[in-house]
Design a protein around this ligand. Structure first.
Ligand SMILES: [Mg+2]
Length: 376
């Protein structure tokens, strides 16, 4: 059988506002840099082809950037119409150059991420394969830890209750936020959770970039005895040298990378040996095409992988990493999708449905604020 090229007929772009049930605070709120988060904005791309295939992808933004992602995608998406959706590398480059004057990272590529992810979803559906299988999986489940229960707006009691719930749901580890101006309170919270879950349950902390180098080293030394899986974002996301010094000084592994907005920015982190565990975010670095390049670099550098947020996408990608990764469990996006990801024995099971295995819910449609069809 010979291959008959397909062509992209239309790209429907939409944006929706997902409200959060309670305002969320991490250390950035307590240091006065940001306000509590009340919603997450999504950019969704639905691609349809002449041969009748469809694919869905999404990008997102927190606090700001949603309208800009949507506007940029709307401007450049026309460049993909008529192209073969299977030529994802070519399409990425074409869309990138269509908007290159505003840069090749950040909002510009985050706008492309939704389209790039939709192209992978479409290709996997065409092949009748889960995305992880299309890419080539190492495993069919990934270790998972919960983050959404450990924010700083929650009291220690609430964090303990949610940790118990997560573990009962088959989630394998617990991450809690630190980075409060009062370090003694940070230590009280971490010790309370360690005492509550016991020594055998993997525990991580995340300072969301709010320590300076001195505080990070002091806190890192105090936390060594708690046997953490990692300390996340102890320093400013762009302080590669500071992270590298900290990683050398501490036995506890250092994790970072979620705030970086391109492969080039991650490359600098990797070259500086700034972390033990790299935490790229596919929607933030420009999509799956970029994430795959990053996985190759990270593996070559011997780093472990724990992608940030968007477990619905990252579960498939983490399943393809050669070293045993972690995937981050957040329940925030649940209302957007018909399906639920299964967790069992500390692991998240890669769905066996074709593509990403997600279907947007009626609720997602109800929260949609704008919609445009390109090429239709
Ligand atoms: Mg984080």
């Amino acid at each position: 059988m010979t291959y008959a090229p397909d062509a992209i007929r239309s790209i429907e772009l939409s944006t929706l506002r997902l409200p959060l049930s309670v305002p969320i605070s991490d250390a950035k709120v307590f240091t006065g840099r940001q306000k509590p988060m009340t919603e997450v904005i999504f950019l969704i791309a639905e691609i349809s082809t002449e041969q009748g295939f469809t694919g869905h992808g999404f990008s997102y933004s927190k606090r700001a950037g949603g309208p800009a992602q949507y506007a940029h995608a709307k401007e450049v998406a026309g460049a993909a119409i008529g192209e073969d959706p299977n030529d994802i590398q070519k399409l990425y480059t074409k869309l990138l150059w269509a908007g290159a004057s505003v840069g090749r990272s950040g909002v510009a590529t985050q706008a492309l991420a939704a389209i790039d992810i939709a192209l992978y979803d479409l290709k996997a559906k065409r092949a009748g394969l889960p995305l992880s299988k299309l890419l080539g999986a190492h495993r069919d489940s990934v270790r998972t830890y919960n983050t959404s229960g450990g924010f700083l707006n929650a009291s220690i009691d609430e964090v303990r209750i949610r940790a118990t719930q997560s573990l009962e749901e088959g989630i394998g580890g617990i991450k809690i936020k630190v980075g409060l101006p009062d370090s003694a309170e940070d230590l009280r919270r971490v010790r309370a959770v360690r005492d509550h879950i016991g020594d055998d349950v993997p525990l991580m902390v995340d300072a969301n970039q709010q320590w300076d180098r001195t505080t990070a080293l002091r806190m890192g030394r105090r936390l060594e005895e708690l046997d953490l899986v990692w300390i996340e974002e102890p320093l400013d996301a762009y302080d590669a040298e500071g992270h590298a010094a900290l990683a050398l000084a501490l036995d506890t592994p250092i994790a970072t990378g979620e705030m970086l907005a391109s492969v080039a920015e991650h490359e600098r982190l990797i070259e500086a040996r700034a972390c033990d565990i790299i935490q790229p975010d596919a929607p933030r670095v420009g999509g799956i095409t970029q994430f795959l390049r990053l996985m190759t670099l990270a593996d070559r550098a011997g780093l472990d992988l724990a992608p940030h947020f968007a477990m619905e996408i990252h579960l498939h990608l983490a399943a393809c990493y050669p070293r045993e990764p972690w995937v981050e469990h957040f329940d925030w996006l649940d209302p957007l999708f018909e399906e639920r990801l299964e967790t069992r024995d500390g692991r998240m099971i890669v769905p066996d449905r074709p593509g990403l295995g997600i279907t947007f819910s009626d609720q997602a449609r109800a929260w949609t604020t704008e919609r445009v069809a390109i090429g239709a």
